[in-house]
Design a protein around this ligand. Structure first.
Ligand SMILES: C[S@@+](CC[C@H](N)C(=O)[O-])C[C@H]1O[C@@H](n2cnc3c(N)ncnc32)[C@H](O)[C@@H]1O
Length: 278
């Protein structure tokens, strides 16, 4: 008999855990990139005062509140307003002129986390005089972060950094015009929320729900393996209208996906593309 490979047991336990979560709760992490997934699983194991992946499986399957803690810790929800400001500059200069020609613009933020990206888009559209023509759908698989996105309240201590990012992104006003500071934090103006619909949507298990002129799916695909990235690219492609615009994250790409030839780059280095095929 061959000796077991190092980590063989851990790999089996992780597969069983993910299979169990999928079959019992419907959340499918089976094709997430393994290295970061394992790190996060072990963080949860330690936080739960457990010692093995199998013991975590037992707890998650018999205690839904443990699943909720697991979901909160498993996905990386790090985000910011005007993240990668040069991306927003490219969007303003290369995508906005195209959008001006549309009477109505439907936008999807897939994997919006706590909403900072969505409010950044709303501010940009308002400044460009396009907001009233837009309907923005902001979705994430994690219901807790969607609730926070809907609230639109962020820590005051971040506002100085966000002001700088806003200015680097081509912001035209005093950033403080967009929020009210109170005891809870910086509350973003209800006028920014008017045309935004927040809801839960899972890119792995849910299907397309509309056709969009713009999709942002930034810093989400990096957590998936190649097979899952291709599957989600299919969903994004079929959810975009012809000439619709796709924005990916800095470390994400269309290269080597089956959909590469269906897009042209509006700005390749900023990961801004346009669907060209009918
Ligand atoms: C790092 S955040 C990116 C947030 C924002 N797009 C940005 O670039 O700043 C990744 C988000 O993807 C979400 N996510 C992970 N897997 C997902 C899935 N299968 N369906 C929808 N959202 C998912 C996570 O919950 C998390 O909020």
């Amino acid at each position: 008999m061959l000796p077991p490979r190092p980590n063989e047991l851990e790999d089996i336990e992780v597969q069983l855990l993910l299979e169990g979560i999928y079959r019992y709760y419907g959340f499918d992490f089976r094709n997430y990139a393994m290295a970061s997934l394992k790190r996060r699983i072990w963080n949860v194991i330690r936080a739960e005062n457990l010692t093995t992946v199998s013991s975590l499986q037992d707890r998650i399957l018999h205690d839904k509140s443990c699943l909720e803690r697991f979901l909160l810790n498993l996905t990386v929800n790090v985000t910011s307003m005007f993240r990668d400001p040069s991306f927003y500059v490219a969007f303003r200069t290369k995508a906005i002129p195209l959008l001006r020609t549309y009477p109505f613009i439907r936008i999807w933020h897939a994997g919006c986390s706590t909403g900072e990206e969505v409010y950044s888009m709303a501010i940009m559209l308002l400044e460009e005089g396009l907001y009233h023509r837009c309907r923005i759908y902001a979705t994430d698989m994690n219901e807790e972060v969607v609730k926070k996105a809907k609230l639109g309240i962020y820590p005051l201590r971040l506002m100085q950094e966000y002001t700088q990012l806003y200015q680097l992104a081509g912001g035209q006003k005093a950033f403080s015009e967009y929020y009210t500071a109170n005891l809870d934090g910086a509350m973003f103006s209800p006028s920014l929320k008017k045309n935004i619909v927040f809801s839960a949507h899972n890119l792995v298990t849910d299907s397309s729900f509309n056709e969009f002129n713009v999709i942002f799916c930034r810093n989400v695909l990096i957590y998936f393996d190649k097979q899952l990235q291709d599957k989600v690219h299919k969903l994004l492609y079929t959810s975009l209208r012809r000439f619709g615009i796709l924005g990916l994250g800095k470390h994400e790409s269309l290269i080597s996906t089956p959909y590469q030839s269906n897009y042209e780059a509006l700005d390749a280095s900023e990961k801004l593309f346009r669907r060209v095929t009918p």
